[in-house]
Design a protein around this ligand. Structure first.
Ligand SMILES: Nc1ncnc2c1ncn2[C@@H]1O[C@H](COP(=O)(O)OP(=O)(O)OP(=O)(O)O)[C@@H](O)[C@H]1O
Ligand SMILES: [Mg+2]
Length: 330
């Protein structure tokens, strides 16, 4: 088992795992460790409820890119989700309407727009759109970008769907061009036609999307650039979630960076609990720890112990990075 972070020239890191297992804490620790190694790092949170201000005990809210005091090279941003979702909804609506018009489907598109923009995966898709934006734009200014986002599954799905989506977009762009060309030929000189088509906002929008999509996909499947890490606790459900993620990611040939096992009870803490509750918990954890070692031993990059209080501030995060490097469950 190789411990700790050995990320080489990796540029994008995603962390996945069940809710509440410590993804934000581990994302903070990974970002801190990399900044310590001399990299310029952006930690981007795209969760509906942000927690970076709490984690760093510094006000970093409001979509600003904030340098973390006391750590050279670490910038964090809590992306504003509500504006993002509204803009995404409008965009999606325009695209769908355009599609219905183009395909000459003579039905009211409203119910489809409703379904597309209110289903549970929509929010995640909107967030993933922003992930793509950061990868293609702001992310270029940093050596490493760590994403604290719920959209990991979307990243993986994107790769599966990309061929289909790419074909669909290419076809949309083509037909829009044809329609425009036809219309413009009647009104302006031939040599001006292409110029005008590029100005068409729908074509521009689709071309943009297509470009962003292709670039993201290329980066995500490049093992030199992207790594997916997973976080689990020694409990049944979090382990199942990570197992499922690993096989999903592997089926698209994205190399797994590794697994962090968080909230591991320490024997010393247990000994000082007179109620016996922790002793029972420890027994339970032991059995899950062997399951983790048996089923994903080769992926384990470190263990983090369970602390008596929430993880807050740089000092607490340094405890996490130390644990990742050297802590072995007793
Ligand atoms: N090793 C640990 N010891 C003690 N508390 C921890 C540890 N790891 C995480 N926590 C605490 O557990 C809570 C959940 O952690 P965190 O927010 O990182 O989880 P998450 O996976 O990002 O959750 P969500 O899915 O809601 O985004 C936080 O209050 C955090 O401080
Ligand atoms: Mg979180």
């Amino acid at each position: 088992m190789s411990r700790g972070l050995d990320i080489g020239r990796t540029k994008y890191i995603f962390l996945g795992g069940k809710g509440g297992v410590g993804k934000t804490v581990l994302a903070g620790a990974v970002a801190l460790e990399s900044a310590q190694q001399g990299k310029t790092v952006l930690l981007a949170s795209l969760n509906p409820v942000h927690s970076l201000s709490t984690l760093f005990m510094q006000n970093v809210s409001g979509g600003r890119f904030c340098k973390i005091e006391g750590v050279d090279g670490l910038t964090v941003v809590e992306v504003e989700i509500s504006d993002l979702i509204e803009r995404y909804r409008q965009n999606m609506e325009a695209r769908l309407k355009e599609f219905f018009k183009w395909a000459e489907i003579p039905i009211n598109p409203e119910p489809f727009i409703q379904i597309a923009t209110t289903n549970p995966a929509f929010q995640e898709s909107a967030m993933f759109d922003k992930v793509m934006d950061i990868m293609v734009n702001e992310g270029q200014n940093y050596d490493l970008v760590v994403f604290d986002t719920a959209a990991v599954a979307n990243a993986v799905r994107l790769i599966g769907l990309s061929k289909l989506y790419g074909l669909w977009l290419a076809r949309m762009i083509q037909s829009r061009k044809e329609a425009q060309e036809y219309r413009l030929r009647l009104s302006i000189r031939k040599e001006k036609v292409m110029e005008e088509i590029k100005k068409d906002p729908v074509v521009a929008d689709l071309l943009n999307l297509y470009d962003k999509f292709a670039k993201t996909r290329e980066a995500i499947v490049d093992p030199e650039k992207t790594r997916f890490y997973f976080v689990t606790t020694p409990e049944s459900l979090p382990i199942s979630v990570v197992k499922r993620f690993i096989s999903m990611v592997q089926s698209f040939n994205i190399p797994v960076g590794g697994v962090f096992v968080n909230m591991v009870l320490d024997r010393e803490d247990v000994a000082s609990d007179p109620s016996g509750y922790l002793a029972a918990k420890l027994e339970e954890q032991r059995s899950y720890l062997s399951t983790i070692e048996r089923d994903m031993g080769q992926y384990i990059r470190g263990y983090v112990r369970m602390y008596p209080t929430e993880i807050r501030g740089i000092k607490a995060l340094y405890n996490i990075t130390d644990d990742i490097r050297q802590y072995v469950p007793s």
